[in-house]
Design a protein around this ligand. Structure first.
Ligand SMILES: [Zn+2]
Length: 198
């Protein structure tokens, strides 16, 4: 069985194909010049929840994925209440935003994810430094904490946009009206942090 370049696991052909499909979907929405790179740990387990797979009907995503989609798009600017995913993703690209995952395949077990992050971290940093070349890097979710240190080591610390010195972490707890339970949502916080930058 082949070893997957995206996650380092020994996998079957279907796994390799699913990774390729995700990368192809993301490539459709890659800006020519990346201004803001959002860097998360790993994609969601469900194919239909993948950020760059535009759903014809936004409500077909799981609740968590719907909130995540809206929050990410919100980082780049205002979002209309009726979400058209394809249009949102095109706007996201046009505003110079791109999302990547340090581990390119879903890993739900936190321990396994941590190990995969460790193994792949140098590759991710090189990819960002030599291929993606963003102006800003926004780490999202706790497992990206270790990458922050690595970007510091290569002298890219000033390109990091952080939340109190660490990654932006989703707060998915919402009250029934769909508002964040406390404080502002992570999309709003990222938007605010970016708005003061040149
Ligand atoms: Zn993989």
């Amino acid at each position: 069985m082949p070893i997957c370049e995206g996650c380092g696991a020994r996998v079957d052909d279907a796994h390799v194909l699913r990774r390729k499909e995700r990368l192809d979907l993301a490539a459709r929405f890659r800006p020519i010049q990346i201004k803001t790179l959002l860097l998360n740990a790993a994609p969601p387990a469900l194919d239909g929840d993948y950020f760059y797979r535009p759903a014809p009907d936004h409500s077909t995503r799981s609740v968590a994925a719907r909130v995540y989609f809206e929050e990410l798009v919100k980082c780049s600017g205002p979002v209309s209440s009726q979400i058209d995913e394809l249009r949102s993703l095109n706007d996201f690209r046009q505003r110079g935003f791109f999302l990547i995952h340090a581990v390119e395949c879903p890993i739900e077990n936190p321990g396994e994810l941590h190990n995969a992050m460790r193994r792949l971290a140098p590759t991710v940093v090189k990819r960002v430094q030599y291929s993606l070349l963003p102006t800003y890097i926004v780490p999202i979710s706790k497992p990206t904490q270790d990458l922050i240190r690595l970007f510091g080591l290569i002298g890219w610390g000033d390109r990091l946009v952080l939340d109190k010195g660490g990654p932006f972490v989703e707060s998915n707890v919402r009250d029934p009206k769909g508002q964040p339970a406390s404080g502002s949502s992570f999309g709003d916080r990222i938007f605010k942090a970016l708005s003061v930058l040149p």
